[in-house]
Design a protein around this ligand. Structure first.
Ligand code: PBG
Ligand code: MG
Length: 330
């Protein structure tokens, strides 16, 4: 039985700031944030990403500084993405398994500096291939599933050796979580986590990221034969179930804002940690409106990040991680 007006006045608890805080069902904290950063070569290099105002590509020494800053702000994890120099990209993406690639050097530098932060590394071939796809490409233009699994697993092991704490396969090949888990076990990395990009959609919102890692200009065609169709929701449940069964510790839904319904369904159905990726296009869209004075910056950032929590995430990958952490305090 519910009361009715005037006994029931839903505005009552909203009347004061103290009361609104007391009644909040979801609370965002810096510990909910994963900060994606882009790595470039050189030293003391900070290069703006054109399509993502406020985001820079950083040389490894400055990645270490970013890691320190993240710790100070209470951000638990950095997500690392390399901008591989064009001459290191190849048809088979073999730079992905180079123990001295940008990703490995950045991981080692942060760990050698003794910075107490988690490192999440992306597994997919796109930053390393001359065609910009996440897996191996056949002569007739298909992305090869089974043939790609070995190098993806080797890429994950290469990252674990360099100090990665969470392996995040974003390639969307079937069976890659099992292949990576098996390879990690075989190499003695029992405690390295896997956060799979389980429900990753073929999205128009990845464009600025492809500019940031330099793969956009190379990309031939689209990723629709391996990333999911935005029309589908049941299929996301099967993707998540499969990755958890294969040994993922946590799963991700990507992009974020346009897929809140998927997050809520995953949360309701699986007793597993779920994360959202507020992707580059979502960031760019908001950031451009903020820079033009159309959106109120601080409120807009926190409103969207809180929406992810309300949908059910354990955390969010967001280019606003540093800004949000500063707004939230520790
Ligand atoms: N597999 C690479 C990868 N990992 C994360 C993103 C996108 C992240 C973003 O847009 O912020 C992409 C791009 C893609 O799949 O083309
Ligand atoms: Mg899958």
């Amino acid at each position: 039985m519910t009361a009715s007006f005037p006994a029931l006045r839903l505005r009552r608890p909203r009347a004061h700031d103290w009361s609104r805080r007391l009644h909040a069902e979801n609370v965002l904290t810096p510990a909910d944030l994963i900060w994606p950063v882009f790595i470039r070569d050189g030293e003391n290099e900070r290069e703006p990403v054109g399509a993502m105002p406020g985001v820079d590509r950083l040389s490894v020494d400055l990645i270490v500084e970013a890691a320190r800053e993240a710790v100070d702000l209470g951000i638990p994890v950095l997500a690392l993405f390399p901008n591989t120099p064009p001459d290191a990209r190849s048809e088979d993406g073999r730079e992905a398994v180079n123990p001295d690639n940008l990703m490995a050097r950045a991981c080692r530098a942060v760990k050698d500096a003794g910075i107490p932060i988690g490192l999440l590394t992306d597994v997919a071939l796109d930053p390393y291939t001359s065609h910009g796809h996440d897996g191996l490409l056949s002569g007739d233009g298909r992305i090869l599933n089974d043939e790609s699994l070995d190098i993806l697993a080797a890429q994950a092991v290469n990252q674990a050796r360099a100090g990665a704490d969470i392996i995040a396969p974003s390639d969307m090949m079937d069976g890659r979580v099992a292949a990576i888990r098996q390879a990690l076990e075989a190499e003695g990395f029992r405690d390295v986590q896997i956060m799979s990009y389980a429900a990753k959609y073929a999205s128009a919102f990845y464009g600025p990221f492809r500019d940031a890692v330099g793969s956009g200009g190379f990309l031939k065609g689209d990723k629709k034969t391996y990333q999911m169709d935005g029309a589908n929701s049941d299929e996301a449940m099967r993707e998540v179930a499969m990755d958890l069964e294969e040994g993922a510790d946590s799963v991700m839904v990507k992009p974020g804002l346009a897929y809140l319904d998927i997050i809520a369904r995953v949360k309701a159905r699986f007793n597993a940690p779920v994360f959202a990726y507020q992707v580059s296009g979502e960031y760019a869209m908001m950031q451009l409106a903020i820079e033009r004075g159309i959106l109120e910056r601080d409120r807009a950032i926190l409103e969207v990040l809180t929406a992810f929590k309300r949908a059910g995430v354990n955390g969010v990958l967001t280019y606003y991680a540093r800004d949000a952490a500063k707004l939230l305090g520790r």
